[in-house]
Design a binder for this molecule. Structure first.
Ligand SMILES: [Fe+2]
Length: 394
C-alpha cells in the first residue's frame, strides 16, 4: 500500500475509505461498531475507494482494509444528525508543501487532538504534477488521515501542468459531489453547521462560475433552521498583510456574499502565517503554517488589508475550532502546542448582537462550556486471520 488507508466524505450514516496500491487489487473493508461487524467489497483499482453506508450517527467504528493477505486498521466516528445542537471541533491546517520536517511536527501535534474532522486550506504539495510530493504528503499525514476525515480545499500548487488541471487532487480525494465543478468545490454539513469549501484559484476558471453556486448555498443555509453556523474555506485570503496580500477579486466577488449571509468565519491559507482579520463584521483567518517556509510581512500592504488584519504571527501552526451552541472559539496552536491566541464569539441564525461579537482573547468571565467527552480511542483490534480474497469482479 502506497497511501492510506485514509478517510473521506464524512456524513451521519456514511464515510468513504480510500487507499493507493502499487498495483490494483480487490479489497475488503471490515467495519465493526454498532450492529456488529460487516464487510464491504471493493473492486480492483490502483486508487481504491469504498463507501461505507448504513452507519449509525455519532458512533465510533473500527475499520480494517484487507488486501492480498495484508490488513491495515483504523477507526472513525460518524457525524451527528444534521441539525443536532451538539458541541464539536475541527482542525484547520494548510500550506504543508515543501516543508517535510515542519509539516511532520504540525501533524504530530494535531494527532494529540481528537477533532471531529480536518479542513485543509490547500497547497498540500509544491507541484501537483509530482507524484513523489503527493507520496510525501500522505506519508507525513498517514496516521492522522487514517483516523480523521480530511476535507481539502485545492490550492494553486496542488494543480499541475499546462492548464493547471487538478487531476491528481481529484484522483486522491473523494469529496461530496454537490459543487458545479466536480470535486473542486463542495459543501457538507456537520451538526448545526454548513461548511462551504471553495476553489479560489481564478486562473483556470472564472470565479463567477462558482459565485452563483456559492450564493445558492448561502441562501439555502440561511433558510434552513437546522443551520446555525456557516463556515467558508478556500485557499486564497481576501485579507492579508503577509507576502501575497489579500485578493481583490475575492473581496469584490465573495466577501459581499459572506457579509450578506452572515458567514460565521472564513478560513484561508496561501500566505504562510497565522492571521486574524475582521471586515464588516465577518471574521477571516489565514492558516498557512502547515510546514511550507514561513512568509514575511508584505512591504507595502494595501490600506484595506491593513485595516482588516488585527493579528499576524509567523509560526508553524494549525487552528482548533470549537463550536458549542452559539459559541464559536478559534485557537491558533503552534507546532509545540503553545497557543498563539484564542478568539471567541457568539453567532447564530439571526444577525448577532454587535455587543456579543467580541474579538480578541476569550473573556475570562465567560466560562467555556465543557466539551462533550470524546469517545475513547478504541484499542487496536488483534490481528485476525485473513480469509481468502475472492477473485477480482472483472
Ligand atoms: Fe498558495
Amino acid at each position: 500500500m502506497l497511501k492510506g488507508p485514509y478517510l473521506q466524505d464524512l456524513a451521519p450514516t456514511s464515510i468513504t475509505v480510500m487507499w493507493q496500491l502499487d498495483q490494483g487489487a480487490p479489497a475488503r473493508i471490515v467495519v465493526d461498531g454498532p450492529g456488529g461487524p460487516r464487510t464491504v467489497e471493493a473492486t480492483a483499482a490502483r486508487i481504491g475507494e469504498a463507501t461505507i453506508d448504513r452507519l449509525v450517527p455519532s458512533s465510533r467504528y473500527r475499520y480494517r482494509v484487507e488486501i492480498a493477505g495484508h490488513s491495515w486498521a483504523g477507526e472513525f466516528a460518524t457525524a451527528p444528525e444534521v441539525g443536532s445542537d451538539v458541541p464539536f471541533s475541527f482542525i484547520v491546517v494548510g500550506d504543508t508543501r515543501s516543508g517535510v520536517d515542519a509539516h511532520r511536527r504540525v501533524v504530530e501535534r494535531i494527532a494529540q487532538e481528537v477533532p471531529d474532522f480536518v479542513l485543509g486550506t490547500g497547497d498540500m504539495v509544491d507541484d501537483g504534477y509530482r507524484q513523489d510530493e503527493w507520496q510525501q504528503f500522505f506519508e507525513v499525514e498517514s496516521l492522522l488521515l487514517r483516523d480523521n476525515v480530511y476535507f481539502p480545499a485545492v490550492g494553486n500548487h496542488d494543480r499541475q501542468g499546462r492548464g493547471r488541471t487538478a487531476d491528481s487532487y481529484r484522483a486522491y480525494f473523494s469529496v461530496p459531489d454537490n459543487g458545479g465543478d466536480t470535486e473542486r468545490y463542495y459543501a457538507f454539513s456537520y451538526a448545526a453547521a454548513r461548511l462551504l469549501v471553495l476553489d479560489s484559484n481564478e486562473y483556470s476558471f472564472a470565479l463567477s462560475d462558482q459565485t452563483a453556486w456559492l450564493e445558492r448555498e448561502l441562501i439555502a443555509a440561511r433558510q434552513d433552521a437546522a443551520v446555525h453556523h456557516i463556515f467558508a474555506v478556500m485557499h486564497h485570503p481576501p485579507f492579508s498583510v503577509a507576502l501575497h496580500g489579500g485578493s481583490r477579486d475575492l473581496r469584490e466577488r465573495w466577501t459581499p456574499l459572506f457579509e450578506k449571509y452572515q458567514v460565521t468565519a472564513v478560513f484561508s491559507g496561501h500566505d504562510h502565517v497565522y492571521e486574524r482579520a475582521e471586515h464588516n463584521g465577518i471574521r477571516y483567518f489565514v492558516s498557512g503554517g502547515g510546514g511550507a517556509p514561513l512568509y514575511p510581512r508584505r512591504p507595502h500592504p494595501s490600506p484595506v488589508d491593513l485595516d482588516a488584519v488585527k493579528k499576524l504571527e509567523r509560526s508553524f501552526h494549525f487552528l482548533r475550532v470549537t463550536v458549542t451552541g452559539s459559541r464559536v472559539e478559534v485557537t491558533g496552536v503552534r507546532s509545540d502546542g503553545s497557543v498563539i491566541e484564542t478568539t471567541a464569539w457568539s453567532d447564530g441564525p439571526s444577525p448577532p448582537d454587535p455587543t456579543q461579537r467580541q474579538i480578541g482573547a476569550a473573556p475570562e468571565a465567560t466560562p467555556r462550556p465543557p466539551r462533550l467527552p470524546c469517545p475513547p480511542r478504541l484499542p487496536r483490534p488483534p490481528s485476525l486471520p485473513i480469509p481468502p480474497i475472492p477473485p477480482p469482479a472483472r
